[in-house]
Design a protein around this ligand. Structure first.
Ligand code: PEP
Ligand code: MN
Length: 347
């Protein structure tokens, strides 16, 4: 159930509603909307919610009360009618912004990440990516540089004036990743690692939540719910390809998911054409399609020397090709009413 307040309803009316929600044994979540406040009523209490509709509807300041039948409540657009804009340092994800996160799959060395950071910033990226804890299919493959990689990523981000996003794999690493990163990435393999989702929820850091390759759109929204129920509403969803019978590419980009997610949820949506295609030759085309379908941004793997990359070299763009991609998606973004933020000034 959500209680939608009138535009400009006095704070005293909002608080009276919140108190009554608590008194009936439910947990209130207030959406601090700019236009109007919406209060989500959560919890499994043995009270007939239909009876409560009348009680809340008659309170001062209340415009209407809706029952949300979907299992995702906090991530539902009904709870938060306006688009969410997530701020990550100087970057803005959502609203009328076009956000481009870029960088190597893995942080490999100081020269590699510094060169990549300079290149993606020069091409117009607004966020720097780079993995320090890598989820590899084989335990014998490069696992990332760990904390050393986080420190190098931070140094590179600060050097070029870009905020940084990196994956956290384990609940035990959330604190250390938060010390270095502006945004936490939950990788596709961990989309339903509920302990990790709760822990990043508690951290309060903005989260880039990737869709699992075998997960439905509903499962992705339920995963977001796990983060949000811990009080962290700064969640960005990411379509990164799903498993289908087609094996010409690594995964199949679910373009449908973009407008569907935007309709079901207020959370920003990004697309990762690098992991969905698994092949640099298709990355630009799918990046263009993602923005044309209404995505708020992209996350792209870029490496100064893809042939010698320690992970995902096959799908990594060289800097010059990435610069072409940025030019093309910027023009598509403009047609969609979005603009790429100006490159922030250097630290
Ligand atoms: C990555 O971003 O490098 C990554 C491993 O992505 P995914 O979890 O989408 O496979
Ligand atoms: Mn990768």
């Amino acid at each position: 159930m959500v209680i939608i307040m009138h535009v400009g309803a006095p704070e005293a009316d909002v608080q009276a509603v919140v108190r009554l929600v608590e008194e009936t044994g439910f947990q209130p979540f207030i959406n601090p909307g700019i236009e109007r406040k919406v209060i989500a009523v959560l919890g499994d209490v043995d009270i007939n919610k239909y009876e409560l509709i009348d009680v809340f509807s008659n309170m001062p300041g209340v415009e209407r009360v809706d029952l949300i039948s979907d299992p995702f409540k906090l991530s539902s657009r009904q709870y938060h009618p306006e688009d969410l804009v997530v701020r990550v340092g100087t970057a803005e994800i959502g609203g009328s912004s076009l956000t481009i996160a870029a960088g190597p799959c893995s942080v490999e060395s100081r020269p590699q990440i510094l060169e990549a950071a300079e290149a993606v910033r020069a091409a117009g990226a607004t966020l720097l990516r780079g993995g320090a804890f890598k989820p590899r299919s084989s335990p014998h493959s490069f696992q990332g540089l760990g904390e050393e990689g986080l420190a190098l990523l931070r140094e590179a981000g600060d050097r070029v004036g870009l905020p940084v996003v990196t994956e956290v794999l384990d609940t035990h690493d959330v604190d250390v990743v938060c010390r270095y990163a502006d945004m936490l990435q939950i990788g596709a393999r961990n989309m339903q690692n509920f302990a990790l989702l709760r822990r990043v929820g508690e951290s309060g850091h903005p989260v880039l939540l990737k869709r699992g390759p075998g997960s439905k759109i509903k499962d992705l929204l339920m995963a977001a719910e796990y983060i949000m129920v811990e009080g962290n509403d700064q969640v960005v969803l990411c379509e990164r390809g799903i498993t289908t019978f087609e094996d010409a590419a690594r995964y199949t980009t679910d373009i449908n998911a973009i407008p569907i997610l935007k309709q079901m949820s207020h959370l920003p949506v990004m697309v990762d054409p690098s992991h969905s295609t698994g092949d640099w030759r298709y990355v630009t085309a799918i990046a263009r399609a993602g923005i044309a379908a209404g995505a708020d941004g992209l996350i792209i793997e870029v490496h100064p020397d893809p042939q010698h990359a320690r992970s995902d070299g096959k799908q990594s763009l060289k800097p010059a090709r990435f610069a072409t991609l940025v030019g093309e998606v910027t023009r598509i973004g403009q047609a969609m009413g979005r603009s790429l933020a100006e490159a922030p000034s250097r630290a």
